[in-house]
Design a protein around this ligand. Structure first.
Ligand SMILES: *[C@@H]1O[C@H](CO)[C@@H](O)[C@H](O)[C@H]1NC(C)=O
Ligand SMILES: *[C@@H]1O[C@H](CO)[C@@H](O)[C@H](O)[C@H]1NC(C)=O
Ligand SMILES: *[C@@H]1O[C@H](CO)[C@@H](O)[C@H](O)[C@H]1NC(C)=O
Length: 311
C-alpha cells in the first residue's frame, strides 16, 4: 500500500512541472505591475473573471491575479491532469549526434493551448447557450490556465526534449538529467523551475503583506534590469515564443553542466540572469495579451484574430 502510494507520488513528481511557484507568481506580478500602471481597467476585468471558480481554491485571497498563477499545477497535482500536456512543447533537440528517426509533434502542446485560451477569452460576448455559471467558470478556468502557461512557455526547459544515445526517447525537458542535489534541486528541469536556484523556496499561498512585498520588490528589480525597451520581440506571435526557450536550452541550459554534479557558480550566475529575463519578458507579454484582448481602444482589438498576433 505504502509502496503503491509512493509510486503514485513518484509519477506526479516525474512529470514535467513548471516554474516552481515563485517563478509563476513573479511572471504574473510583472504583468500586474504593468497593467496597474497603464491599463487598470484591464486588470479589473481580469479580477472580475477570476471570481469564476474562486470558491474552488484556497490559495487566493487579496491578490488573485498573482496568486492564481500556480493554480494549473495545483489542480494537476490533485489529479486534474487532462491539462497536464498543455504545459510544455517537446521540440526535439538531437544532441551528441543522435538522431531519432520517428519523431512526431504533439498537437496539444502549450502553444496550441495558449492560442485556444486567447480565442476563448477575447470573444465577447461568450456563447450563452445557458447560463451565466458556465461562462463564469469557463472564464475563470481559462484565464487561470493562461496566466500559468505564459509563465511555462518562458521557462526554457518547457520548450525542449533532448534526445541522446542515453535518452533515445527524449529527456522530457531535462527531467531525466540528474544533478547532485543542492537546495532540494535534483535535476535540470527543476533547476530552471527554481529560476536556476534563485527562488527555490516557494512561499505559502495566499500571500500576506510580507510575501506580497517580496514579489513586488523582486518584480521591480527584474523589470529595472530588463526594461521593456530592451526587448525587440515582445509582439512576436505566440507560435514563435517557444523558439526562444528552445534556443536558450540548446545553447546554454544543457551546456557547461554535467550530470550528477552540482552546476558551477558561473553557470548559476549566468542562468539566473537568463531565467529572470525570461520572466520579465513573460510578464510583459502577458500584460500585452490582456490589453490586446480587452482594451477596446487598442487598435488591434478589432482584428485580433488576424495574422498580427495569433497567426
Ligand atoms: C505544437 O502544436 C501545434 C498546434 O497543434 C503544432 O502545429 C506543432 O507542430 C506542435 N509543435 C511541437 C513541437 O510539437
Ligand atoms: C507571511 O507569511 C510568511 C510565510 O509564508 C511568514 O513567514 C510571515 O511571518 C507572514 N507575515 C505576516 C505579516 O503575517
Ligand atoms: C477610449 O477612447 C475614448 C476616446 O478617445 C476615451 O474617451 C476613453 O476614455 C478611452 N477609454 C479607455 C478605457 O481608455
Amino acid at each position: 500500500m505504502i509502496k503503491q502510494s509512493l509510486l503514485v507520488l513518484a509519477c506526479f513528481l516525474s512529470v514535467s512541472q513548471a516554474w516552481w511557484r515563485n517563478g509563476h507568481l513573479m511572471t504574473a506580478r510583472v504583468a500586474y505591475d504593468q497593467l496597474s500602471k497603464t491599463h487598470p481597467h484591464v486588470l479589473e476585468k481580469a479580477n472580475q473573471m477570476l471570481k469564476g471558480l474562486s470558491d474552488y481554491t484556497t490559495f487566493e485571497r487579496d491578490y488573485p491575479f498573482v496568486e492564481c498563477a500556480s493554480w494549473a499545477d495545483e489542480i494537476k497535482n490533485q489529479g486534474l491532469d487532462l491539462q497536464s500536456h498543455w504545459h510544455f512543447v517537446d521540440d526535439p533537440f538531437f544532441d551528441e549526434g543522435y538522431q531519432k528517426p520517428d519523431w512526431y509533434p504533439e498537437a496539444y502542446n502549450v502553444t496550441w493551448a495558449l492560442k485556444e485560451f486567447v480565442k476563448y477569452l477575447s470573444k465577447d460576448p461568450k456563447p450563452q447557450n445557458d447560463p451565466q455559471i458556465p461562462v463564469l467558470f469557463g472564464e475563470g478556468f481559462n484565464l487561470r490556465l493562461m496566466i500559468h502557461y505564459v509563465g511555462d512557455i518562458h521557462q526554457p526547459l518547457h520548450s525542449v526534449s533532448r534526445f541522446t544515445q542515453q535518452f533515445p526517447d527524449g529527456d522530457e525537458g531535462g527531467n531525466f538529467f540528474m544533478l547532485k542535489e543542492f537546495d532540494g534541486i535534483t535535476e535540470l528541469h527543476a533547476l530552471w523551475d527554481s529560476v536556476v536556484s534563485a527562488f527555490s523556496n516557494d512561499h505559502d499561498l495566499p500571500l500576506n503583506s510580507t510575501t506580497w512585498q517580496f514579489f513586488g520588490d523582486n518584480s521591480l528589480r527584474i523589470q529595472q534590469e530588463n526594461p521593456r525597451e530592451s526587448f525587440d520581440n515582445l509582439d512576436r506571435p505566440i507560435d514563435q515564443w517557444h523558439l526562444e526557450g528552445y534556443q536558450i536550452a540548446s545553447d546554454f541550459a544543457y551546456k557547461n553542466i554535467q550530470q550528477n554534479e552540482i552546476p558551477s557558480q558561473e553557470y548559476l550566475q549566468q542562468g539566473i540572469k537568463i531565467a529572470e529575463r525570461q520572466i520579465a519578458k513573460g510578464g510583459y507579454r502577458l500584460a500585452n495579451l490582456l490589453v490586446k484582448m480587452w482594451d477596446k481602444n487598442h487598435t488591434m482589438t478589432q482584428q485580433f484574430e488576424e495574422k498580427t498576433f495569433l497567426q
